[in-house]
Write a protein that binds this ligand. Sequence first.
Ligand code: NAP
Length: 288
Amino acid sequence: MKVTLIGTGLMGRPMGERILAAGHHLTVFNRSREKAELLRSSGAEIAATAAAAVNSAECVILMLADEVAIREVLFDEDPKPDLGQRTVIQMGSISPTESIGFHQEVVECGGDYLEAPVLGSIPEARAGSLLVMMGASHFLFKRWCTFLQCFGPEPLLVGEVGKAAALKLALNQLIASLTAGFAMSLGFVQRQGVEIDVFMKIVRQSALYAATFDKKLERMLNRDYANPNFPTKHLLKDMKLFRDEAEAVNLELRAIDGIGGLLALTLDKGFADDDYSAVFEAVSPAEG
Ligand code: NAP
């Protein structure tokens, strides 16, 4: 099948490798061309414009940062891509409201649209073990489920367009809350003079434990947030999206505002492109 991938950033690149490994013909476009070029040696064709990339395939995978990026490549470019008779599969993390809006616009242009956001990061993208959540009609789920198995073994139909986007935001809110909560307890025990090994031994044996604590422990202890799988700026983006959607359904916002504030402070400290465990620098800044 002829597939186009737009967005060859941290996640898009390994996902492009998976599409090629599954035997599809792949065309890629990325705003910064040098990142698209990295897929050439694996067999991808590099398109000069988003329109050329879209027009070359029946299926267009979007792995872009946010709504602005999607709007830019699908609707704001000159020449405009021809979306008629093509299926757009949106796999980045955007809000349900944004996704429902894109669905309408793509259908108005004569195309099909479904959302398939993912849980998991670069290692899972490389291994094809992402958790793929689909927001789609039953018809489009059946049509595209097998193809999406190149990214994850068991794409799950969450519901109509918007439902998978909502689920993804709920999961990323958990990432932020768990990480901020762990950072606070870690900073606290450090400053109280409690042995970190003792703290972790108890936490690991308890119902409070989450695997992400051990994944982030070393980075926080070493204050080393380089080479991120998931940068802080994208987690803050997701928390802002979560807040807007939570407000619309009358959820209490104080907790989300607190954690969002910590992530915003992390960005102010210069960690936008670093691993989101850098929230530790907002919670427990280095002393002296
Ligand atoms: P990334 O490395 O920052 O890549 C973002 C992509 O969006 C790049 O291709 C970038 O192009 C493009 N882009 C940004 N603004 C643009 C604009 N205005 N116009 C055109 N293109 C634009 O991010 P990522 O980690 O791959 O994440 C992509 C999406 O997946 C995000 O929504 C993220 O929240 C989500 N996600 C990430 C992970 C993860 O672990 N990293 C996991 C699950 C979901 P340039 O290269 O030119 O900047």
